[in-house]
Design a binder for this molecule. Structure first.
Ligand SMILES: *[C@@H]1O[C@H](CO)[C@@H](O)[C@H](O)[C@H]1NC(C)=O
Ligand SMILES: *[C@@H]1O[C@H](CO)[C@@H](O)[C@H](O)[C@H]1NC(C)=O
Ligand SMILES: *[C@@H]1O[C@H](CO)[C@@H](O)[C@H](O)[C@H]1NC(C)=O
Ligand SMILES: *[C@@H]1O[C@H](CO)[C@@H](O)[C@H](O)[C@H]1NC(C)=O
Ligand SMILES: CC(=O)N[C@H]1CO[C@H](CO)[C@@H](O)[C@@H]1O
Length: 399
């Protein structure tokens, strides 16, 4: 009898202790920054700053590999670029054994996590203040990120590591900015050994996300409202949505609202959603971007083109010498591009991916072997390692 009571208490205490541990981890991981998270899980971490040619100060996070045994070290660095409203944190929130940067580091890669202008880690500028000079500071789209931030981060990484090329992995907007860069600055094709596109976003007119589609209907009106209310920044850290998600996404609270919020935008798929991880994820996301980035995507949905920002007839004529914006020259992307796509992605639609693939001279498609895979499962899906990352590692090894 006694034995059973002791056993029972041990089990209960044991479980409680374990739950307590998980609970603390969840709370910690929600508030820590990317470098703090990486340090907590005992990986080496470095902070780097890149000053762009137009004055933005970008924060790169690095998990270096020089502490590893020479024989296990991989030759070329890997540079990861996040999507819209995301940051370097979204790659690492699932923790070691799940997060792509950790898995790459375990395999001996020197891992670099980019943060494009405007997100919580890259809000500094040599002369502009994101609040006081909002109109100018936030006057950029993913066009500028692809033309300036991505190539300048690549040059920085290559100079620090003394290499001539690297691997590049992008998720969502992180793929758009890659296509922009290699289309318009083709000399960067040779600096990338291979590019992995997770949920490719080039053309967008078949995207099914009802939230985004609905917003796109009112694109012109939204542009007026943005000017009127001076809301040049879209969903910065600490905004009302953030606070709401922070307070209500904990287990036991109205968690279904949080998951439904993600599902409505990115695609329904409960199977791959880890509800324990959700509060952590939603404390790091959204991380801030410009309203102009969202408007540029809406223009894509409405025009069916993958082209530069549409400033309107007159300004287009002055800026581009044509009343419509120029298309991106996808044929210039000579580097190897692996397109990872899925059938339940509400932003990266099969038809749009196929159309993109047709124009890319050196691409290969990989369809995710799970018909319910959504846009966000590439980062946080329960089975992301066997479904996606194992194939990514295989592809990198081939180069
Ligand atoms: C960026 O700005 C923040 C807040 O003003 C400051 O704490 C931080 O040190 C700055 N970082 C760089 C690299 O200038
Ligand atoms: C924003 O940038 C565009 C393109 O670089 C430029 O034409 C426009 O004048 C800028 N607007 C403001 C308010 O600075
Ligand atoms: C950089 O790499 C080149 C060869 O690629 C080598 O000759 C040179 O010594 C290296 N420089 C440094 C500082 O490691
Ligand atoms: C869900 O996330 C938590 C916290 O990161 C982790 O401990 C757990 O193993 C994850 N569950 C699954 C099924 O991946
Ligand atoms: C370097 C390169 O391939 N440049 C080409 C980019 O695309 C334009 C138009 O498609 C060509 O004219 C360039 O030669």
């Amino acid at each position: 009898m006694h034995f059973y009571i002791i056993l029972l208490t041990t089990l209960v205490v044991g479980c409680n202790a374990k739950n307590e541990l998980i609970k603390n981890d969840i709370e910690d991981d929600s508030t820590l920054t990317t470098p703090e998270l990486i340090a907590k899980y005992k990986y080496p971490i470095e902070n780097h700053y890149v000053e762009t040619s137009d004055g933005y100060i970008l924060n790169l996070h690095r998990i270096p590999n020089y502490g590893k045994k020479e024989a296990t070290r991989k030759e070329l660095p890997v540079y990861l670029q996040h999507g819209i409203e995301c940051s370097s944190a979204d790659w690492v929130t699932p923790g070691p054994k799940k997060g792509l940067p950790y898995l790459l580091a375990d395999r001996g890669y020197d891992v670099w996590l980019g943060n494009n202008r405007g997100n919580r880690y890259s809000r500094n500028h040599t002369t502009l203040d994101p609040k006081r000079d909002a109109k100018n500071f936030w006057n950029f789209s993913w066009h500028e990120i692809g033309m300036i931030d991505v190539p300048e981060m690549i040059d920085y990484i290559l100079s620090v590591t003394n290499k001539t090329s690297l691997y590049h992995i992008g998720h969502s907007q992180g793929t758009t900015t890659y296509y922009v860069m290699c289309s318009e600055r083709p000399e960067y094709n040779t600096k990338v050994e291979a590019h992995i596109s997770l949920a490719p976003i080039g053309y967008m007119n078949h995207a099914v996300s009802p939230v985004i589609r609905f917003a796109a209907l009112f694109q012109k009106l939204l542009q007026v409202l943005i000017k009127l209310f001076r809301s040049y920044e879209l969903l910065p850290q600490g905004n009302l949505l953030n606070l709401y998600l922070k307070n209500n996404c904990k287990p036991g609270k109205l968690q279904f609202i949080c998951s439904d919020f993600l599902f409505m935008i990115f695609g329904f798929g409960k199977d791959q959603l880890n509800t324990t991880l959700l509060p952590v994820v939603l404390n790091h996301f959204p991380a801030g971007s410009s309203s102009k980035q969202a408007i540029h995507y809406m223009q894509e949905m409405n025009s069916g083109k993958f082209r530069q920002y549409d400033y309107g007839l007159i300004k287009n004529k002055i800026k581009y010498n044509s009343i419509t914006p120029p298309n991106y020259k996808l044929e210039n992307i000579s580097s190897k591009v692996y397109l990872f796509w899925s059938k339940n992605d509400w932003l990266s639609h099969e038809k749009d991916v196929k159309r993109l693939a047709e124009r890319l001279p050196n691409s290969e498609e990989i369809l995710i072997n799970n018909p319910k895979w959504t846009h966000l499962d590439y980062l946080w899906g329960i089975d992301v390692v066997p479904m996606v990352y194992d194939i990514v590692f295989e592809k990198l090894e081939q180069h």
